[in-house]
Design a protein around this ligand. Structure first.
Ligand SMILES: [Zn+2]
Length: 219
C-alpha cells in the first residue's frame, strides 16, 4: 500500500506535505545555466544589444519620416514658387497693372525663384536617388520596355484633363527590361518621380484655386 522509500512510522501530515511538494523543475545544471544567463555582464550585453536594435529601428523610422517631410516641404515650396511665378507672369499681361514692374520682379525673385530653389535643394536627393536594381541579377542597366503596359487611366483623363492624365501616366512605375538578363520589372525613375512631384503641385494649385474661388464667391 505504501510507496517504496516512505517511512511507515512517519506522521501522516508529513507524508502528505512531501507528496504535495512540487517536483524540482530544473536540474542543477539548468539552474547553473540560468544563473549564468542572468549574470550582470550578460544582461548588460543583451540589454545593450536590444538598445542598439531599438535605436537602429528608431533612427531608420526617423530617417524615413525626415525624408517624407522633406519631400512634402519640397512639394509645398514648389507649389508656392510656381503660384507666384505664374501670378507675376499673368500680372505682366494685365493691361492696367496695379503693381509696378520692379514690384513684379521682387515677387518673382523672392516669392517665386527663392522657394523654387529651396524646393530643388530639398527634392534633389529623392529625385536623383538610384532606381531599383534588377530583381533577378541585381544589374542596374536597363532599357524602357513599357510597350505592353500603358498606364492610362480613362477616369483621370475624364475628370482631370490631358495634363493630369499625362502626369499620372508618367508618374507611375515604368516597365523596364534588364540589359543583362532580359528580366522585365517595374521601377521608378527620375522621370516618374519628377512627374509625381509635378502631379502633386498641380493638385495643390487646383485645390488652392478652388479655395480662393470659394472665398471670392463669399465676399
Ligand atoms: Zn537582370
Amino acid at each position: 500500500m505504501t510507496a517504496a522509500g516512505h517511512n511507515r512510522n512517519e506522521p501522516q501530515s508529513a507524508e502528505q506535505d512531501r507528496s504535495s511538494e512540487p517536483p524540482p523543475r530544473y536540474s542543477a545544471q539548468c539552474r547553473a545555466g540560468i544563473r549564468t544567463r542572468l549574470s550582470p555582464s550578460i544582461l548588460l550585453a543583451r540589454g545593450s544589444r536590444w538598445a542598439w536594435a531599438l535605436a537602429a529601428t528608431f533612427s531608420h523610422r526617423l530617417l524615413n519620416t525626415m525624408r517624407a517631410l522633406k519631400h512634402i516641404a519640397g512639394v509645398l515650396l514648389t507649389t508656392v514658387g510656381v503660384m507666384f511665378v505664374l501670378g507675376a507672369i499673368f500680372h505682366l499681361f494685365n493691361p492696367e497693372p496695379e503693381v509696378p514692374l520692379w514690384g513684379v520682379g521682387v515677387v518673382i525673385v523672392f516669392l517665386g525663384l527663392l522657394p523654387l530653389g529651396a524646393a530643388f535643394a530639398l527634392l534633389r536627393r529623392t529625385l536623383t536617388a538610384p532606381s531599383r536594381p534588377c530583381p533577378h541579377c541585381g544589374g542596374t542597366e536597363r532599357q524602357p520596355a513599357g510597350v505592353l503596359r500603358r498606364s492610362h487611366n480613362p477616369w483621370i483623363f475624364h475628370f482631370g484633363g490631358w495634363l493630369f492624365a499625362s502626369l499620372w501616366g508618367t508618374s507611375r512605375e515604368q516597365q523596364v527590361r534588364c540589359t543583362k538578363c532580359d528580366t522585365l520589372y517595374l521601377t521608378d525613375t527620375r522621370g516618374t518621380r519628377i512627374a509625381g512631384v509635378l502631379l502633386w503641385v498641380l493638385v495643390l494649385l487646383v485645390l488652392f484655386g478652388l479655395i480662393v474661388q470659394q472665398f471670392e464667391g463669399r465676399l
